[in-house]
Design a protein around this ligand. Sequence first.
Ligand SMILES: [Zn+2]
Length: 600
Amino acid sequence: MKRWIGFSRFSGLTRFNLVHLKNLVILSMVLSVAAQELNAQTPSKPAERHSYKIDLKVDFDRLTYTGTERVRWVNRGEKPTSVIYFHLYPNLRVGDQQFLTNGAPVDSDEPRIDVLEVRTGLDDTPLFSSLEDQGTTLRVNLREPVAPEGAAEVVIKFKGLVPEIDPDETSLTTHVVKQVSAALRSDRETRRARDINFRCRGVMLLGAAYPVLAVRDGDEWRRKVEPSVGDFIFNESADYEVTVAANPGVEVFTSGTETGPKNEKTGQTFTASALRDFAILAGRGLRSEHTEVQGINVRSIYLAEHERVGKRALVVAANALRVFTTLFGPLPFKTVSIAEAPLVAGLGSCEFSGLNIIASAYFVDFDSPAVRNLPEIIREQRPSVEESLEWAVAHLVAHQWWGAAVGNDPAREPLLDEALSSWSALLYYKSTYGEEKAAAVLNDQVRGVYRLYRTFGGDDMETNRPARDYRNTFQYAAIVSAKGALMFVDLQKTLGEEKVFAALRDYYQANLYEIAQLEDLRIALVAKAPVEQRRAIGRTFTRWLTSKRGDEDIAPPDQELAATLGLPTKQTPQKSGDKNALNALARVGKFFWQQVTRIR
Ligand SMILES: [Zn+2]
């Protein structure tokens, strides 16, 4: 049966050959057209991008903001349309929560955004708009249809607010307890809007605080936002000019690059091109340090008390950026930042275009006096927590190539950016420290995650499922990130490094600014493989993505650890921050603790 599955993929190869052939035909047509154009001295026009010009006023102390945005939308479809859609991500609610429309009392534990006015950018007359999908979609009716390749401008006024999150929800102990619970009870975890739109411990994150254009796939709008354990932000590339004004003394960092001096009244202007989102981080105690790597401003943003960790993160980010630029090609962004923010337990990190966030919980300076308050079992994990930070920084920097520059749908194919970013992190280790360290990290950060997951009774799964099919971060990390990354390790062996890197460079160039699919990656790999190896690529994809051979290919469950687990599973930690619950698990062993003190 398994062999048959192999065969079905295999017959799929013919299709790839056909696609490849088609690509060749297109390529030769393009080349001849290009040659004609060259003769005529007409430079080809790059595809036009959407653009946002946003003015935002943030009242840091009152947890509110108001803004006006002028959005230029370009119809890249084949049909005219007179309706455009925006996501209002802060209004996303999960489970039995409901978004309450105007007039109802505001739920102070959730962020929200209200649209005040929509006008045409042409002559400032009002446009009809309405909220759909429980307040998460804004539908705007244009006065006239926009023809393919035409554009429309709308001006939207909005206001929003963010919740204040209890610091206890964001401590390292709570993060670890949450991971232990996910491992022991396989709790379901779902990302919420408040995970990335909040204020906590004097830091405000506005991860997606403005109305943002929904993705238009051909002539079809992708309006539905489906909360899962994976990322829910899914946008097209756009150019940004954003001015942010905040209260005196509040430092503002964004996905963009500062342009011009700060104006006392209107604030600071930031610009950036080809971003998929525009995240804002603000706070009174934030510091930053930066360096330049291959024309990109690499920056680390951290709280004053975490300076040592922040400086370390900068070194890792700069190295990772250098390694990936050499391997895959240059990024289109001018600034790439790594920042800490007090993310809630369950979310170890999150990535935006040009700005990566790691939970402050993991920015631990183990030499500082504050660390004495941590449970001993966590303090003992110092090497693991520090190693994990390095891994997370490398993985997040890789997301600038996979996820930001080349987009993919995180709900449908989370594998694409997650697996590629984890695999890229392995390449960072190899290039920075050599083969031996890279092999140790592969065992520890990748194979180890899968092994622990299986030891705790998690089932092996297909790697290319939609994000909603994975229960929690524990499962997601083991299957999507770890097992997915191991497919690339396998391909490296079969095809040889040079061919895989060359294929990835082609994939990167071909899909830059676009939304890629797994199929695009497969085609890029097949194109670089000698004919006799093309079948092997199909088999490797099948083996790692659609079959359940993880125990053979990675590692079987750890029987010894499983045996020691009898007792602690009955004493499941109940409350966040319950140190006794952690101590009850103290005997479980080093391997366990190394794994659950990691950034996921
Ligand atoms: Zn990731």
